[in-house]
Design a protein around this ligand. Sequence first.
Ligand code: C2O
Ligand code: CU
Length: 493
Amino acid sequence: MNPMRTGIILLACIAVGLVGCTEDSPSQPAPGSEREGGGTPDGNMDTESGDGDVSDRQGDAGPVAPPWGDGLVHPFSPQEALVERTGNVIELALVASQKVHNTPYGDVPGYAYNDVTPGPTIRGRVGDELRVTLTNDLLTPTTIHWHGAHVPWDMDGVVWKMDPVSPGETFLYTFPLTQAGTFWYHPHFDTDSQVDLGLYGMLVVEEEETAPVDHELLLVFDSFEEVKHQETTEHTHVHGGTIVTTWLVNGALAPEVNFPAGSRVRVRMVNSSNGGYLDLRWPGMRMVAGDQGRFGGVRTPDSLVLVPGERAEVEWRVGSEEFNLLNQPHTLMGGEAYGEPYSMLTVVPVGDAPLPEWGDWGSTNTEVTPDPDYTDIHYVFTGSPRTGQWLINGEEYPDVTVEEVPAGESRMIEIRNLSPSHHPFHMHGVSFEVLSVNGVAPEEKRIEDTMNVGIYEVVRIKVTNNNPGEWMVHCHILGHAHNGMMTVIHFLP
Ligand code: C2O
Ligand code: CU
């Protein structure tokens, strides 16, 4: 690691905004009030409310109205971007600029989109055309990458054979939204530091059918590491190898959120941490979607390990009892770490009603593609925290061998992790099907764009060239990617 990077990392400590988390307490959104936007030029969520006064209804047997009014989306969620819609064309502007983040640990200089971190949530529907004008008000080049979305290659925001957006310049990202699901956006230039400094937001693409829930809550998790010095304690992001000690949820530390008793909530989550793993639990574990949209059914894991870059959608039922979203400390060096699960967020019901029934999310698709006994492409992950060098097939990006795949063809890829660290494997431009992990096929069809490859694990996936481009393939521990763990696969037109 060069001295320059060290400087950036120090500067990057706690680059998470707390907009909306200090002045308006998430646990008590003011009835009928607009959420304060922290000065963003890009608009606030629509929280105007009808009858937000719930106090006179407490004690009623039935469900009560949400304390924030009529909106579907809970106002603790990141702000929604102000969009202009003409037919199925959605237009909006994102400005990347410097921003002093007001965090639980003090004011820290960083970056933000439209002055907020997490950046504004972009919400559209399948079939929409998204048009985002990025203005770069930073002093350094930047880009936007649409993580998980199948965009045309020249809209992918990477700098492999393409130029970044220079300071002072604008760039129009335009592409159709083709998949429903929870995605996110972040720079792909100097990614390790720019994401760390606060540049990330959610991209939500709604499916056609309506979800069997009353409300939606969006959660963006980012991590900090406590570094004890002799006299001070510093909070920094994690750059591999250690245990995350502090997580912020939408920029807040262990927030409380209210939901009406008797309601069902869809929670969309993204782990935007540079290198921290989450291992989440809550009462009645139900997962309804992963990286690539709804499962067509539900899954009931014992715990939800959400790796950097990965998304999940889960269902919560709110009765009269408050409950916690718990996180078990987790290391890159082998999973569950020492320590007890601790609360990331508390749900406090408003009113009094029994737990509702679970929502009907449809029936499960169990058809898994059989794993054939051949391999077209091998990706061997090696590296060591001691050397700080992380490689794929012994190559350090950008000096990599580019595999080519003709249009329409599929390839079996085997990923072997021979390093003493987990790695979140991520592919741009397409999603892949997981055929086996250590020789065992998944119980249900598993389509992903980001997945964990544990220490010494062998993961076999199938990809099909249905989107031409020179796509990045990399570890989403951004420090690992920065230090070489990135390659390119060329899907020929
Ligand atoms: Cu979210 Cu290549 O990254
Ligand atoms: Cu890695």
